[in-house]
Design a protein around this ligand. Structure first.
Ligand code: F6R
Length: 608
C-alpha cells in the first residue's frame, strides 16, 4: 500500500517523479524518497512525512540531476516511518536502488542469510533484503541479478530497480501488487496506478503477476519469470487528467461526493438498452443461475457495507439467500462454499489483499466469482470469472464515496437482471424497477442539494467524542457506512447499531447530549425506529434524523433533520448515504482534519 513511480527518458527525472508521487500520495504518505542515476552514481533523497517535504528538500527535484529514476511514497508496515526506513533502499556498494510496494514474507530468513554473508542493513524494512540480494547476484548482468533475487522472494511485490552502471535502464517486477507501465515517445514510465501516468501518456501495459520488464527511453521489453520474452499488450487509459484532479473543490472527497449522480449514471447507462438490462460481461445462462443456491458477497470496509446494503434487494428480488462476509474473515473460515455458490467480490481498487485471497479461496472450492471493481485491469478484475466495472472514474480521496454508490448501482442492476432471468419479475414490475433505477442519478442530485444546512449541523455536532448511528434493515446497512465515514475522516468514535439492539446493552451509553443519528428511510419499519428514538431521547440523546422530505412524524420527534427525496425502498441506501457522506465531510472540516488523507489510512490496502 505504497506508491511507486519510475521514469527514464530525456528530461530530468526528479521533478517528474515528484509529480507522479503526488498523484499516488493517497496510497500512503508517511515518508517518501527518490533515487536518480547519473554519471555512474545513484543520488538519493528521502524524508519523513509528505511529498511536499521531499519537494522542498530537493528544490522541486532540481537538486537531483539525472534522467532515470525511481520514487516511492510509503505507508509503513515494517519499521517506523523514518528517513532511514523510507524507500528507495540502496545496496552496500551503492550500485543499486530499489522501491517496493507489498510485503516480503520471508524477509527475516533472507536478512539473516545476508547478514551472515556480511551485508549491512541500515533500515528495519522488509524491502532492504531485495537490494542486497540484487547486489549478491550481480555478475555484470543487471537483469539476471534482478531475476535471481526475485526468485528468492515470497510475498507480494511491485519493484522498481535502478543500477548505477546502466543509467538508462529500469527493471520492474510484479507479483501480487499493482504495476503499470506507461509507454511514451523517447521516454517510458512505471507506476502503481494510472493516475500517475495520465499526464504523460495514455498508452499502458498492465504487467501480470510473475512478469518482469526492462525499460529504457526507447524500449520496453516484458519477460516471464524464466526470462522468456512475452508479447506486450498496450491498452488505452480512458481516464482523463481532470478526473484525477480536484477541479476547484477544496478536497477530492467533496469533488467525488458531488460526482456521484454522474458516476452512477455512467455506471448504469451503458447497461440499459431498449428497456432491458444488458450485462455483456456476465455471460451466465438462466439455467446456470437456477443452479445457484447461495450468493456470498465478500469485501472489506465500505465495499463490504455496500454488500450489506444490497443483500436486501438481491434477496427480495431473486429469492436466493445472500451471505455477506468480511474478506479478512472469509479467507480463513474454512467456508461452506461449492460450485453452487455464486461469489460476488466488491472492490473499488481491485487490489485489496484480503479480498483477493478470499476470492481465490472460494474459487478453489468451486465457486464462480463475479467481481464488481472500479480499476480496469486490476488483480480482482482479472482473477474473477466475470467482471462488471463501476464506471466511477478515479477515486483519489482515501475515504470512498462514489466507489460505494456505484458498487450499489451494479448490485441493483445485477439483482433485477437475475430476478428477471429467474422468472421472478413480470414485465410490468421489471419495467417499473428499471424506471426507478434510471431515476437514481436525479435523486442523488436532489439529495446533494436538499440539505444546505449541513455545514451548520456539523458546527453543532463536531465537538463530540462519540456518535451512534441507528437504523433497521436497509437503514441499518446505511448506518454502518455512515458511521465508518464519520470515524475515518473526522476521528470521532462512531458506532452503528441495529436500532432494535440498543436496549440489549448499548443504551447504557446514552447520556445527556449524546448524538444519535437515526436513519428512518425504510418506512415499512420506521414506526419501530421511532420508538427507539423516543427511548434515547428519554435518556437525553440529541437526535439527528434522516428521513424522506415529507415525513412529518419524524420531524416532531427529532432535534434536527436531514432530508432525502423519496426513493424506491430497496434502492434507498444509494441516496440515503449521500447526506451522511456530506455530514462526515463537514464535521471533519470543522475539526481541521486532513480529509483526503486521514491518519493511519491508505487508499489501497494491498497488504494483509
Ligand atoms: C472506507 C474505505 C475502505 C475501503 C476498503 C476496501 O472509506 O475506502 O473501507 O472500502 O479498504 O477497498 P477496496 O474497495 O479498494 O477493496
Amino acid at each position: 500500500m505504497c506508491g511507486i513511480v519510475g521514469y527514464t527518458g530525456a528530461q530530468q527525472a526528479s521533478p517528474l517523479l515528484l509529480e507522479g508521487l503526488k498523484k499516488l500520495e493517497y496510497r500512503g504518505y508517511d515518508s517518501a524518497g527518490i533515487a536518480v542515476v547519473k554519471d555512474g552514481k545513484i543520488s538519493l533523497s528521502k524524508v519523513t512525512g509528505r511529498i511536499a517535504n521531499l519537494s522542498e528538500k530537493t528544490d522541486g527535484g532540481r537538486l537531483l540531476p539525472g534522467c532515470t529514476g525511481i520514487g516511492h511514497t510509503r505507508w509503513a508496515t515494517h519499521g517506523a516511518p523514518t528517513d532511514t526506513n523510507a524507500h528507495p533502499h540502496v545496496s552496500n556498494d551503492g550500485r543499486f536502488a530499489v522501491v517496493h510496494n507489498g510485503i516480503i514474507e520471508n524477509y527475516l530468513e533472507l536478512r539473516e542469510e545476508l547478514t551472515e554473508k556480511g551485508y549491512r542493513f541500515s533500515s528495519e524494512t522488509d524491502t532492504e533484503v531485495i537490494v542486497h540480494l540484487v547486489e549478491m547476484y550481480y555478475a555484470g548482468d543487471f537483469r539476471q541479478a534482478v531475476m535471481k533475487a526475485s526468485a528468492r522472494l515470497e510475498g507480494s511485490y511491485a519493484l522498481g530497480i535502478v543500477c548505477a552502471d546502466e543509467p538508462d535502464r529500469i527493471l520492474v517486477v510484479r507479483e501480487a501488487s499493482p504495476l503499470i507501465l506507461g509507454v511514451g515517445v523517447g521516454e517510458n514510465f512505471f507506476a502503481s496506478d494510472v493516475t500517475a501516468l495520465v499526464a504523460y501518456t495514455r498508452n499502458a501495459i498492465y504487467l501480470e503477476d510473475g512478469q518482469f520488464a526492462e525499460l529504457t527511453p526507447h524500449s520496453i521489453q516484458v519477460f516471464d519469470c524464466t526470462g522468456n520474452p512475452v508479447p506486450k499488450k498496450i491498452s488505452r487509459i480512458t481516464w482523463d487528467i481532470q478526473a484525477a484532479e480536484k477541479g476547484g473543490y477544496e478536497h477530492f472527497m467533496l469533488k467525488e461526493i458531488m460526482e456521484q449522480p454522474r458516476a452512477v449514471k455512467a455506471t448504469m447507462a451503458p447497461r440499459l438498452k431498449d428497456g432491458e438490462i444488458v450485462l455483456d460481461d456476465l455471460q451466465i445462462s438462466a439455467a446456470d443461475l437456477k443452479k445457484i443456491n447461495k450468493i456470498v458477497i465478500t469485501a472489506c470496509g465500505s465495499a463490504y457495507y455496500a454488500g450489506c446494503a444490497a443483500k436486501y434487494a438481491i434477496e427480495k428480488l431473486c429469492r436466493i439467500p445472500v451471505q455477506t462476509e468480511l474478506a479478512s474473515e472469509l479467507r480463513y473460515a474454512d467456508p461452506l462454499i461449492d460450485e453452487r455458490t455464486l461469489l460476488i467480490v466488491l472492490s473499488q481498487s481491485g487490489e485489496t489483499a484480503d479480498t483477493i485471497a478470499a476470492m481465490r479461496e472460494c474459487q478453489r472450492r468451486g465457486a464462480r466469482a463475479l467481481a464488481i471493481v472500479n480499476v480496469v485491469g486490476s488483480t480482482i478484475a482479472k482473477g474473477a470469472d466475470w467482471c462488471l466495472y463501476t464506471w466511477a472514474g478515479p477515486e483519489i480521496a482515501v475515504a470512498t464515496t462514489k466507489g460505494y454508490t456505484t458498487q450499489l448501482t451494479v448490485l441493483f442492476l445485477f439483482a433485477i437482471f437475475t430476478a428477471r432471468k429467474l422468472g421472478n419479475l413480470d414485465e410490468t414490475e421489471y419495467a417499473r424497477l428499471l424506471g426507478e433505477l434510471k431515476g437514481l442519478p436525479k435523486l442523488l442530485q436532489q439529495a446533494l442539494d436538499m440539505n444546505p444546512g449541513l455545514p451548520n449541523l456539523a458546527k453543532k455536532y463536531h465537538n463530540n467524542h462519540s456518535m451512534f448511528f441507528i437504523g433497521r434493515n436497509t437503514d441499518y446497512a446505511v448506518a454502518l457506512e455512515g458511521a465508518l465515514k464519520m470515524k475515518e475522516i473526522s476521528y470521532i468514535h462512531a458506532e452503528s447499531y441495529a436500532a432494535g439492539e440498543l436496549k440489549h446493552g448499548t443504551i447504557a451509553l446514552i447520556h445527556e447530549g449524546q448524538p444519535v443519528i437515526a436513519l428512518c428511510c425504510n418506512e415499512a419499519i420506521t414506526e419501530k425506529t421511532m420508538s427507539n428514538i423516543v427511548e434515547v431521547k428519554a435518556r437525553g440523546a440529541e437526535v439527528l434524523a434522516v428521513a424522506f422530505r415529507d415525513n412529518q412524524k419524524i420531524l416532531s420527534l427529532a432535534d434536527d433533520m436531514i432530508y432525502i427525496p423519496r426513493v424506491e425502498q430497496i434502492f434507498s441506501p444509494v441516496v440515503e448515504i449521500v447526506p451522511l457522506q456530506l455530514l462526515a465531510y463537514y464535521v471533519a472540516r470543522e475539526n481541521g482534519c486532513d480529509i483526503d488523507k486521514p491518519k493511519n489510512l491508505a487508499k489501497s490496502v494491498t497488504v494483509e
